[in-house]
Ligand binder design. Structure first.
Ligand code: FAD
Length: 491
């Protein structure tokens, strides 16, 4: 068969296969469908957007999580600030939509969910007299204040712990008092948290209603290969993807394949390996005693009384308010990598699926120690409760923290990548796909420009190589031994 080398054009009837049902895949699918695309299929090997799946166990998707932070303070990155506020409006709209649904009509998995977005505020702490924000971030704040008057009104910079300062925090002083904390901090009362797992269920439901097909499961949803047009496979600069192969041996033809596979993206698309690297963040949970026993703790740590709190530059350790009695605390100070050898002798970092009980050893000791210190200092009333579970959560870091959303060069517009969430992608779930669509249509905007395929800046190449010292460490070198694990886990 003669193959054309013309670029494929995107049409509403194009067969589009999306690999990955995290927020990048789900949001893209949803926005394609509501914009008239009629043949969109999402593949995922973990059916975690399905209400019946236990979100927290055995799933390596970054999006499958209890909650995520929504904030708009983005250093001096006005594009993300604007996008975060646009997303915030949509999260509020989703809240309203959910509130309008009668209890008995709520979709499976969303029973009793309440709001998807809770505006509880975000308090960033530093113990040093130096402000917790860098100069760059401070410049960003003043930029935000200029653009968003609401932000100016609801952003409190606390430079000491005086009564007067506390009085200026609109009632948030009780949090500082309870933490027995004095130092510098910034409280952004226009931020909060979103229910991550529930939002995926909601977005998947919306996408299905708009006509998106889902193929999920270990075999039928597991994309093992991109199928290239045979006669062109040997010509490296002239490839056409004609569909995906799943682990059950079925070939699914497609005019366009969108890879939104989170930490597995560099594995599936070798071309992305210079731009993306998969690294782990560590999460622990503390389970409060049952509500009947300790209503005071449930109340104190609920989003109506308690903000998201972080400490250190770039929120090295952070905690979120309780959900159903679970308090999540994360550590992001060191990036942990998991390099494996591929059959072609390249080595890349890939996710380890890790839901662990306290007796297992999958979270780096360093992370646990930093988190324990954070708990001891700021949550003295939780110390005796101990850690109920630990989990690695896999980031897909791009070289510059900007997402990677574009056609992969050399595939005649049959292969597209939507990934590189770099630890801050979730909050954009409601609006992200809209901008992916701009990229698909090759419309140049502020966002498509920063997310497009790019060259690795000079001198940055080594930043993505194995074994780099400093803030990136090989995971296997950092795990606790079974013998010392139990003592590490006791707060
Ligand atoms: C610890 C942690 C904390 C974070 N905190 C925040 C936060 O507070 N606020 C915020 O905005 N963002 C946060 N993020 C970032 C955010 O979670 C991510 O940017 C976002 O969830 C990435 O979504 P994704 O769709 O790219 O990937 P994922 O959610 O990882 O989804 C990828 C999907 O692809 C599937 N997949 C992979 N390979 C295949 C295959 N071969 N076949 C079929 N399916 C496949 C996987 O099963 C998975 O479901 C955090 C991330 C981490 C790790």
């Amino acid at each position: 068969m003669m193959m054309t080398t013309n670029l494929r054009s995107l049409e509403e009837k194009s067969r589009i296969a999306i690999v990955g049902a995290g927020v990048f895949g789900l949001s893209t699918a949803y926005h394609l469908a509501i914009n008239g695309f009629t043949d969109v299929t999402v593949f995922d090997r973990s059916p975690y957007s399905n209400a019946l799946y236990d979100q927290h166990r055995g799933c390596d998707a970054a999006s499958a999580d209890l909650n995520k932070i929504l904030r708009a303070s983005y250093g001096n990155r006005a594009e993300y600030q604007r996008l975060a506020y646009a997303a915030r409006e949509e999260w509020k709209r989703w809240n309203n939509e959910l509130r309008m649904i009668r209890k008995e009509d709520l979709p499976d998995g969303l029973e009793g969910v309440g709001d998807l977005y809770t505006e509880c505020g975000f308090l960033r702490l530093s113990d040093s007299p130096i402000h917790p924000l860098s100069e760059k971030e401070l410049a960003g704040l003043s930029n935000l204040e200029k653009q968003f008057p609401e932000y100016r009104l609801k952003n409190y910079i606390i430079s000491d712990s005086s009564e007067e300062e506390r009085a200026r925090t609109d009632g948030w002083g009780h949090v500082l008092d309870s933490m027995n904390w004095s130092g510098t901090g910034v409280l952004d009362a226009t931020a909060g948290y979103v229910r991550a797992d529930k939002a995926c269920v909601w977005l998947a439901k919306e996408a299905k209603q708009a006509g998106v097909q889902f193929i999920e499961g270990k075999l039928k949803g597991n994309v093992v290969n991109l199928k290239l047009v045979e006669s062109l496979e040997s010509l490296s600069d002239s490839k056409i993807v004609e569909g995906v192969m799943t682990a059950d041996g079925v070939f699914h033809p497609a005019d366009l394949v969108i890879i939104a596979a989170g930490g597995w993206t560099p594995y599936l698309v070798p071309d992305t390996r210079k731009l993306l690297e998969t690294t782990a963040g560590s999460i622990i949970s503390i389970q409060l005693p049952p509500l009947q026993e300790r209503p005071d703790l449930w109340d104190k740590y609920s989003g109506k009384n308690w903000p998201v709190i972080s400490q250190g530059h770039d929120a090295q350790v952070y905690s979120l308010p309780q959900i159903d009695g679970t308090i999540k605390i994360g550590y992001r100070g060191t990036k942990f990598t998991n390099y494996v050898s591929l059959p072609d002798n390249t080595r890349i970092s890939v996710p380890v699926t890790a839901y662990t009980t306290p007796s297992q050893t999958h979270v780096p000791v360093q992370a646990i120690q930093e988190i324990k210190e954070f708990i001891r200092r700021h949550f003295p009333d939780l110390v005796t409760l101990g850690i109920s579970y630990t989990r690695l959560c896999w980031y897909t870091d791009s070289i510059d923290n900007d997402f990677l959303i574009d056609y992969v060069p050399g595939y005649h517009k049959t292969l597209f990548v939507a990934s590189g969430g770099s630890g801050h992608g979730f909050k954009f779930a409601p609006v992200l796909g809209q901008h992916v669509l701009d990229s698909l249509r090759e419309q140049e905007t502020d966002l498509t420009k920063i997310w497009r395929w790019r060259d690795v800046p000079q001198g940055r190449r080594n930043g993505l190589e194995e074994g780099e010292t400093g803030p990136r460490v090989l995971l296997k070198q950092t795990l606790a031994t079974e013998a010392d694990w139990m003592s590490v886990m006791n707060v």
